[in-house]
Design a protein around this ligand. Structure first.
Ligand code: NAP
Length: 239
């Protein structure tokens, strides 16, 4: 079966490897991250040009099914996938890793978006560690709090109101503990991305008694089919 796999995540890379033996898979990346780790098999990079562009691409390439394995916060791409597959009457499955769950010892505060997270900060701490990627950083520019922001790629333009740490996961607990302690961080901000690759910061915050502000995931479009594992995707495609 000809499958378009919308990627940009570790799950999508692993899925491409598994599906390669069973289907004709094209992985798609937004192409914004320098030095992106490419999945195995055929890869295309760059936006499609909105719903219209995606619809045309799917038709032109004879795609029979779409698997959206984009990041839980890549809501625009998911909405476009829903619109384009419904226009062509193609099956669509979203592969979504589970969100993180609060554990004993955690002090978590939920925020609907980056702006809401920023307004919570002054009551929670003075030295902020922002791990929300480069999009959404601007919402924190006026908190007046000392801020360390960790991103994979440099934001453009470079922010002048925070210290920038360019790094790419996976992150390990010992290094996260060292970072939080050496920079005297007293509040952490993250998106509820889920997954193991970036979860060590939450364990470190728990161990050090540091509060965490979590930005909630955008909701999935109603009625959409969702899988949580590679095996569920394989079974869905086999049907
Ligand atoms: P987004 O806001 O949902 O999408 C913005 C636009 O980027 C889309 O309209 C589409 O452009 C293009 N695009 C996004 N994903 C694409 C893909 N897999 N293949 C081709 N074009 C794609 O996405 P985003 O939040 O900027 O994320 C961009 C990529 O980074 C995604 O693939 C996502 O999986 C990955 N990522 C995102 C985050 C995050 O926190 N948002 C974290 C880690 C990785 P057109 O309209 O021109 O088609």
């Amino acid at each position: 079966m000809k499958v378009l796999l919308l990627g940009g995540t570790g799950e999508a890379r692993r899925l491409a490897e598994v599906l390669a033996a069973e289907h004709d898979v094209v992985s798609s990346l937004a192409g914004r991250t320098g030095d992106a780790r490419l999945p195995v098999g055929e890869v295309r990079q760059g936006g499609f040009g909105g719903v219209e562009g995606l619809t045309a691409w799917l038709a032109e390439h004879g795609v029979e099914a779409v698997v959206d394995a984009t990041h839980p916060f890549a809501a625009t791409m998911t909405a476009h996938a829903v619109a384009a597959t419904s226009a062509l009457d193609l099956p669509l499955l979203v592969l979504r890793r589970p969100g993180w769950r609060e554990q004993p010892g955690d002090t978590w505060h939920w925020a609907g978006d980056a702006a809401a997270a920023a307004t919570r900060l002054p009551e929670l701490g003075q030295r902020v560690f922002l791990t929300i990627g480069r999009q959404g950083l601007a919402a924190f520019a006026d908190t007046g709090l000392w801020t360390l922001a960790r991103c994979v790629d440099p934001p453009d333009p470079l922010p002048t109101w925070c210290e920038l740490l360019l790094d790419r996961g996976p992150y390990v607990l010992a290094a996260e503990l060292e970072l939080l302690q050496s920079r005297r961080i007293d509040v952490l901000v993250t998106k509820n991305s889920g997954g193991d690759m970036t979860a060590a910061k939450l364990t470190a915050a728990r161990d050090l008694g540091i509060p965490v502000v979590l930005i909630e995931r955008p909701p999935l479009p109603p009625g959409i089919a969702v899988a949580e594992t590679t095996d569920e995707v394989r079974a869905w495609l086999a049907q």
